[in-house]
Design a protein around this ligand. Structure first.
Ligand code: Z5A
Ligand code: MG
Length: 212
């Protein structure tokens, strides 16, 4: 089957607003791929385990304050510090599944007053570009029905709506927009079949660079 072929690995990102089901779908996909014997890596951004990630974590939890440009650059740095590992994994044929990526970085900062999308993209320009971005599409109202937003910074309906609007501007041909309100198994099956198609398409193509 195509999922066990040799060649470079695939870079896959999950994006979407809060509670859209990114972590749920990432985990289901990783579990499935592992069950087929596939070499798979599961990354999450922010990666709160690094020293940069620890600063981001305390910012998100409201323990520390950081100037808006400065925190934007830290989120980006937290991706750049993972790039050597991502490239190495892709080269050895690993399927790399990422829970949030640079699109979150742009959407969450550009939703703040005084920021524009162009400025927000700059620090992430040149990162490895995902072969496919699965965007879990949900209205803020439906997301709220999955339980109150949490206590972390940004977890407010009005802000999340601006984030959703910016995500819309970032969509490109590499995105697969999924209706996040369906049964999670149905969503998972659609992701599986898209992944098979993408592996065929990307078989011989090198990894691209983001926004270049
Ligand atoms: N941030 C940033 O500002 N800049 C950056 O560069 C990056 C991030 C990378 C932390 O991220 C914050 O950092 C985030 C963006 C900002 N701030 N906010 N907001 P995070 O990844 O830790 O954010 P999050 O809080 O993890 O999002 P989330 O709440 O985890 O959502 P999710 O992963 O998309 O959803 P889930 O955990 O899979 O599911 C949510 C609930 O819905 C759960 O109870 C599930 O059981 C349920 N669920 C899932 N799927 C379904 C379906 N299909 N039907 C019904 N119910 C479902
Ligand atoms: Mg999550």
């Amino acid at each position: 089957n195509a999922l066990t072929r040799r060649g470079r690995g695939l870079l896959v990102a999950f994006e979407g607003c809060d509670r859209s089901g990114k972590s749920t779908q990432c985990q289901m996909l990783v579990d499935y791929l592992k069950s087929t014997g596939r070499d798979v890596a599961h990354l999450c951004f922010p990666d709160r385990t690094t020293s940069i990630g620890k600063s981001i974590n305390s910012y998100l939890q409201g323990t520390t304050e950081l100037e808006d440009h400065a925190i934007h650059l830290l989120f980006s740095a937290n991706r750049w510090e993972a790039v050597p590992k991502i490239k190495e994994l892709i080269e050895k044929g690993t399927l790399v599944i990422m829970d949030r990526y640079a699109f979150s970085g742009v959407a969450f900062t550009a939703a703040k007053k005084g920021f524009d999308v162009k400025w927000c993209k700059n620090p992430d320009r040149g990162l490895p570009s995902p072969d496919v971005v699965f965007y879990l599409d949900i209205s803020i109202k439906d997301a709220e029905m999955r339980g109150q937003f949490g206590e972390e910074r940004y977890e407010k309906a009005e802000f999340q709506q601006r984030v959703a609007d910016i995500y819309k501007q970032l969509r490109s041909d590499d995105w697969k927009v999924l209706d996040a309100m369906r049964d999670k198994n149905d969503i998972h099956m659609e992701i599986r079949s898209t992944l098979l198609e993408m592996e065929e398409l990307c078989r011989d193509a090198p990894l691209k660079n983001l926004w270049t």
